[in-house]
Design a protein. Structure first.
Length: 230
């Protein structure tokens, strides 16, 4: 059995109810569910939530919610690996032990089925994890802090005079999906380590959605993507 798990708790504070707020005409989580279903990869698409309304919306768009998430894993401090381990553990109690599982974030409207397929192909090569990532647009080695009245301070002053072209690329998590071996999830192996591979995404298809401004940017990028597809 190949499994997708979509974490979607109900307690978002900065954008209330963001997992089921309408984005481009349908609930946000419906976009992630659709990408999973359209990929043709998954025998089951499960939404992990403690929220009855989110569960109802998820089911109406083709996902399963076989059980509700424990309240202790529904606050701001619950990690993705904890949620994945809980779902896999609950399934094991029912006699279901999928060898791999893909965590797909509920707020990933720019996710494409092809990206999920690319991640699955990487995982099959023997990695613990394969996940979406993008390059930082500017060299992180030349980042600096600024405090009012205190001026600027470089985070890595040893690179003060280093040319941008002489610095290595730096990557960041694109926060869309994470393929993982069952044992890696259950043992909580580190995601950012020597046993992980990445699916590179273009920067214009990567947008965290944590603030109203993020939401507006994501809608703009989504419209551009849809126009390019037509």
């Amino acid at each position: 059995m190949t499994l997708a798990i979509i974490p979607a708790r109900g307690g978002s504070k900065r954008i209330p109810r963001k997992n089921i707020r309408h984005f481009a005409g349908r609930p946000m989580v419906a976009h992630s569910i659709a990408a999973c279903l359209e990929s043709g990869l998954f025998e089951r698409v499960i939404v992990s939530t403690e929220d009855a309304e989110i569960a109802e919306v998820a089911r109406s768009h083709g996902a399963e919610v076989p059980f509700l998430r424990p309240a202790g894993l529904a606050d701001d401090h619950a990690g993705t690996d904890e949620v994945m381990a809980q779902v896999l553990g609950a399934l094991a109690e029912r006699g279901e032990s999928p060898p791999q599982a893909c965590c797909v974030y509920a707020t990933a409207p720019l996710l494409r089925p092809d990206d999920l397929r690319a991640g699955r192909e990487l995982l099959a090569q023997g990695w613990d994890y394969a996940f979406s990532a993008a390059r930082y647009p500017h060299p992180v080695f030349r980042a600096f802090t600024w405090q009012p009245g205190q001026g600027c301070a470089m985070l890595m002053p040893q690179h003060y005079d280093t040319r941008s072209q002489d610095l290595p690329d730096a990557w960041h998590d694109a926060a869309q999906f994470y393929w993982g071996e069952r044992a890696a999830w259950l043992e909580r192996r580190p995601l950012f380590g020597a046993r992980s591979a990445i699916v590179p995404l273009p920067r214009w298809r990567v947008q965290d959605i944590d603030t109203p401004e993020d939401w507006e940017m994501a809608e703009l990028l989504y419209r551009i993507w849809q126009e390019r597809r037509t």
